[in-house]
Design a protein around this ligand. Structure first.
Ligand code: URA
Length: 272
């Protein structure tokens, strides 16, 4: 017999593996999608999806969706047409090249001060962010806010987004196909915010944007250059441990604190 604790554990386990991502108020027969949600990416099976004005290229065909190069090219063409954050948000809403869109509840675009000199870039929304459509609002986001508050920065002084704008089911690690499909959007996001410094929050963000194989242990706490092909000059990039990692490994908070203090010294000099 199961007691209430067993049932709670089973329920939690289902949530952890992402089954909630497959539950929606409108029924969708996923068994009819041999190439998975990719081929059905035009179907907005979640009632919370809003139709966005279509500013970009037409949706990718099912065949193109299976070709990562075609997806990356479509994303690139799309972002090049975007001159404002609003246009970029609308283009992402209309983009069907990343299958995570089909399982997510909301697009998590970005928030904070769009004129800030500092831009934080995390990995991907979690359950709370997906529910609310806002970046870093769950437990790790609250820790991140506290970390930055200690060095005098809050969301009125920085802008914050993620590599992926949609939650991977069950918070699993994003795949290479997912990050490649979304990379042009985050690159354009950086160009449009035009910060002086980007803070790469966690290993996925650091490795993806710096195009490096090294893990976060090697990349953290260093001042590196970041530049897209459309940027006239590089800007500074600084990687830190992800707050979710710090929640799991509190012993690493000491290093994270040192990194934050070092970041503050440079930010204060650079931005004041
Ligand atoms: N973790 C991230 O990397 N981003 C979020 O928005 C939330 C948690």
């Amino acid at each position: 017999m199961y007691n209430s604790q067993h049932l709670k554990a089973i329920w939690q386990w289902h949530l952890d593996i992402g089954t909630d991502a497959l539950v929606s108020e409108k029924a969708v027969d996923l068994t009819k999608t041999p190439v998975c949600k990719f081929a059905l990416s035009n179907i907005k099976h979640n009632p919370l999806h809003r139709e966005a004005p279509m500013k970009s290229i037409p949706p990718l065909s099912p065949q193109s969706l299976l070709n990562p190069q075609a997806v990356a090219q479509a994303a690139q063409t799309t972002v090049e047409a975007c001159q404002t954050l609003e246009e970029l948000r609308n283009a992402l809403q209309a983009f069907n090249g990343c299958p995570l869109k089909n399982t997510a509840t909301n697009l998590v675009f970005g928030e904070g001060n769009p004129n800030a000199d500092v831009m934080l870039i995390g990995e991907a929304p979690g359950a709370d962010e997906d529910r609310l459509g806002r970046p870093f609002v769950g437990l790790s986001g609250q820790l991140l806010d506290r970390m930055f508050a200690t060095i005098g920065y809050d969301r009125t002084k920085f802008y914050i987004t993620n590599i992926l704008p949609w939650r991977p089911p069950g918070n699993r690690q994003p795949t290479l196909a997912e990050t490649s499909a979304c990379l042009p959007f985050v690159e354009r996001h950086i160009e449009l915010v035009n910060p002086k410094v980007i803070v790469l929050v966690g290993g996925t963000s650091a490795k993806t944007l710096l195009n490096r194989q090294d893990g976060i242990m090697r990349l953290r706490g260093k001042w590196l250059d970041y530049q897209t092909s459309r940027m006239a000059a590089p800007i500074k990039a600084y990687a830190i441990y992800h707050p979710a990692y710090l929640l799991r490994s509190p012993g690493q908070k000491r290093i994270a604190w040192q990194d934050l203090l070092a970041l503050k010294v440079v930010l204060d000099k650079m931005l004041l």
